[in-house]
Ligand binder design. Structure first.
Ligand SMILES: Cc1cc2nc3c(=O)[nH]c(=O)nc-3n(C[C@H](O)[C@H](O)[C@H](O)COP(=O)(O)OP(=O)(O)OC[C@H]3O[C@@H](n4cnc5c(N)ncnc54)[C@H](O)[C@@H]3O)c2cc1C
Length: 448
């Protein structure tokens, strides 16, 4: 079951992102196209985003395991090809104190360290596989959207350093205005020194090129429509072919439909994230907001805005929202975002928007991501639910599964917040209403 409009799952259509207009194409012969006929492999991977492509790359390159990816759209069609390009951490919606309370300080530290390593992994993959990411900035800027939030940022910075060894610099309103930018919702910021901005589709296609180069087989336009099991063998059936495999990895994140796998249904909450991009700003327009930073920025709103200046001076502005995925509600969302951009950056309120698109991020009821094996079939693995922070977490998780399947590591190496199948949502058919209630609550918190 899914409550979102069917157009959100139409992988025959481009996402409409700026990245699609700007990224170099995949190498020739990398995408083998729709699976035709019956095939066999060792490990079948469902989903051709960062998780699936990284799993395929590491299985093929490091473990010489014969892996095949089946992707419903073109490779990187999902969130991986259309996100905001913030390579940052951590991939969860749990508060830090809850993280420590639930998993203990040692596991919380292991989790955060693993995700700092995940940011480094992205840079390492780019260097090793010659992927030009259009990398920007060193760190991320977390901006107080209201004066009262500044003290919270100060506490957060001290806490992150003391507890997790993450360094940061606290900047007051004037310092941010001089060093980074100014706006109507800028009351100081925390510059966390880990992370950077990147071009998401360049990264996805670069991973695909690398995975294919290492010997993995990649099939776009190959949506898994049915999943059969006979003895120990899995059979994944697409519109034009089928793939038999000993093992399967579910790497479908927010685009997972409940019908894909019975054991995973009702355990995920897809949430829409939306992005608008302007035409390139002139030097005078940039100067009007003192814009001089390359850092990806987000603010302290619960329903956060995220924004960054792209290398060609286009401004990218993102926000969560819309509960239906209906095209008409998308049009409303776009208007709302244009209005908010104009309120926060008034000098840019009339700058034309050239692109609007959206896609799914994925949450769980326990508010942490999930890596594991299906309880009743240890040959079915999953890695998903990065809570909107998957640019680094997803390739890390794909590699983690490859290393487990390849016998290099075990699940003991995975920090506890990731481990195991997430719990089902109570009364799953009410998920949309949980979301509606949460959005209302967050809006209230953002504005009080
Ligand atoms: C608008 C937006 C902005 C975001 N911004 C950021 C950001 O700035 N920083 C950050 O860290 N994270 C961000 N995210 C989240 C991040 O993009 C994801 O966490 C990450 O890309 C997940 O990668 P993935 O490979 O697990 O999933 P995806 O990239 O979503 O890939 C899953 C794939 O599975 C395919 N699929 C689904 N069902 C089937 C099936 N039955 N058969 C075959 N294929 C199937 C889909 O077509 C899809 O391509 C954003 C997400 C969105 C939507």
């Amino acid at each position: 079951m899914t409550w979102y409009h069917e157009s959100m799952y139409d992988a025959g259509k481009p996402a409409g992102s700026y990245w699609e207009d700007d990224a170099p194409p995949l190498g020739d012969g990398i995408d083998l196209g729709a699976l035709q006929g019956d095939h066999v492999c060792d490990t079948a991977i469902i989903g051709g985003g960062y998780t699936g492509l990284s799993a395929a790359l590491h299985l093929a390159r490091d473990h010489h395991i014969d892996a095949t990816v089946l992707e419903a759209g073109p490779l990187g069609w999902g969130a991986s090809g259309r996100n905001g390009g913030f390579c940052t951490l951590p991939p969860m919606s749990l508060g830090y104190d809850q993280l420590i309370k639930r998993y203990g300080l040692d596991e919380a530290r292991r989790f955060m360290a693993s995700q700092a390593e995940a940011v480094d992994l992205v840079a390492d993959l780019a260097a090793r596989e010659s992927i030009d990411l259009n990398q920007q900035g060193r760190g991320t800027l977390h901006v107080a959207h209201a004066p009262r939030r500044f003290d919270e940022l100060k506490e957060e910075g001290e806490f992150l350093t003391r507890t997790f060894g993450l360094s940061s610099t606290l900047l007051n309103r004037e310092e941010v205005a001089v060093q980074h930018y100014d706006s109507t919702e800028q009351f100081g910021a925390l510059h966390i020194h880990k992370g950077f901005g990147l071009h998401p589709l360049r990264f996805a296609r670069g991973l695909a090129n690398a995975a294919a180069g290492a010997g993995a087989l990649l099939h776009g336009r190959s949506k898994v429509l049915r999943w059969e099991k006979s003895g120990d063998e899995h059979r994944l059936i697409t519109a034009t072919g089928s793939l038999r495999a000993r093992r399967a990895i579910i790497a479908t994140n927010g685009f997972t439909q409940d019908s894909l796998n019975r054991d995973l249904s009702n355990r995920l909450m897809p949430i829409l994230s939306n992005i608008i991009v302007t035409r390139p700003l002139s030097d005078d327009e940039r100067a009007a907001h003192h814009w001089r930073t390359e850092l990806p920025c987000s603010n302290t709103r619960q329903l956060l805005f995220y924004y960054r200046m792209l290398p060609d001076n286009r401004f990218l502005f993102g926000a969560r929202g819309d509960l239906t995925g209906h095209p008409a509600d998308g049009a409303i969302m776009r208007k709302t975002m244009e209005k908010r951009l104009g309120e926060v950056f008034p000098h840019w309120k009339d700058v034309p928007i050239t692109h609007y698109w959206r896609g799914f991020v994925c949450m769980t009821a326990r508010l942490t991501p999930a890596i594991g094996q299906m309880p009743d079939d240890k040959n079915v693995y999953f890695a998903l639910a990065y809570h909107g922070d998957g640019v680094s977490a997803a390739p890390w998780a794909g590699r983690a599964l490859a290393n487990i399947i390849g016998g290099k590591n075990s699940f003991a190496e995975i920090p506890a917040p990731f481990i195991g199948i997430p719990p089902a949502f109570p009364f799953p058919s009410l998920r949309r209403w949980y979301l509606r209630a949460a959005l209302g609550y967050y809006r209230f918190q953002d504005n009080y």
